[in-house]
Design a protein around this ligand. Sequence first.
Ligand code: ZN
Length: 77
Amino acid sequence: MGDVKCPFCSGEMEIVEEHKHNRGIAATIILLGFLSFFTINVLLGVFLLIIGLFMAFAEREYWHCTACSSAIERLKK
Ligand SMILES: [Zn+2]
């Protein structure tokens, strides 16, 4: 790291981590999961819980140019 140059202006680039999803939405889905777990359907509840947890913890990384503010999605593997 540190030697990545911006393809647009050759400026310094830094890694920025960001949560992929809105935490409020993730929390709502987890809550719905709990509700369906006890009232509607256990499988549906587990399914919603998994989606909610995945959304709550999913992160994305991208390169951010400190000079011109352009952002590039970081390539993984
Ligand atoms: Zn730049």
